[in-house]
Design a protein around this ligand. Structure first.
Ligand code: BTN
Length: 257
């Protein structure tokens, strides 16, 4: 099964290396280390469990074996740095389509890249960028809740976490979901790299109802209404005295200069 899974992922055109692990600290950390060792664009790291899974804003990502998908992909974008944020949107579109195809028909994106059903979080993405060297290194890390753990999610996330199995009523396999997710990443990264940014943006907006017409409060207390995404992937917020851009800074955190 392990060979089958590695083979199925390796057969996806974007993928140039596959690392399957039983247990690790964090697949994002593994992908970052591999990046610094020269691993190619399209390196995928997949683990059954993580001891130190990381979420956005320094949060812990609960990563037990048997109930979740923990997958990171290293990309080496060649676009100007102010366009690299588009990959975080691509990641969210790929994740939401994977969740919908697995039976979570009502899955949607909460900007910048949480995947929710109603208010329950199904999946999250941690995008990390290193831009100091000759070429940027971008790691997109996906955590998908496949099944609700026996005994439930830990107390601190229990009220806001859900799983694909809970939402779809079906038992969702890790290997099949991993392959489907990497295929979706391949499709949308391919579109982005072929110049179809408008298609990426339209798909994101169609899955993320909150990015148009939602009342939001900006840092500093200013209120406004969301009005889509700009060319860099930033959220546009109309405050009445102009349009302010909110960058997914917390979604594309730098890990080096
Ligand atoms: C979030 O919603 O806060 C993002 C969660 C991202 C979790 C995934 S699991 C695979 C990869 N490895 C990590 O340590 N984090 C990401």
């Amino acid at each position: 099964m392990t060979d089958d899974l590695a083979g199925a992922i390796a057969a996806i055109p974007l993928v140039h290396r596959v690392v399957l692990l039983d247990e690790t600290g964090s697949t994002n950390d593994d992908a970052r280390r591999l990046a610094q060792e020269g691993a190619p664009d399209g390196t995928v790291v997949l683990a059954r469990s993580q001891r130190a899974g990381r979420g956005r804003l320094g949060r812990f990502w609960h990563s037990p074996g048997g109930t979740g998908l923990y997958l990171s992909i290293l990309l080496r974008p060649e676009e100007p740095l102010d366009r690299v944020g588009r990959y975080a949107l691509v990641a969210a579109v790929a994740a939401v389509e994977t969740c919908r195809a697995a039976g979570a028909m009502g899955a949607r994106i909460k900007w910048p890249n949480d995947i929710l059903v109603a208010e329950g979080k199904l999946a999250g993405i941690l995008a990390e960028l290193r831009s100091g060297g000759p070429a940027a290194e971008l790691v997109l890390g996906f955590g998908v809740n496949l099944r609700t753990p026996d005994g439930g999610f830990p107390e601190e996330i229990a009220t806001r976490a859900t799983s694909l199995a809970a939402v779809s009523g079906a038992d969702v396999g890790r290997a099949g979901t991993a392959v489907a997710l990497v295929r979706a990443i391949d499709l949308w990264v391919g579109r982005l790299r072929a110049g179809a940014w408008d298609e990426v943006r339209s798909a994101f907006v169609s899955y993320a109802p909150g990015v148009t017409g939602s009342a939001v409060t900006l840092h500093g207390g200013r209120r406004g209404v969301t009005c889509g995404l700009d060319v860099s992937g930033a959220l546009r917020v109309d405050t009445g005295d102009g349009v302010h851009l909110v960058h997914g800074g917390e979604s594309v955190a730098a890990w080096g200069s």
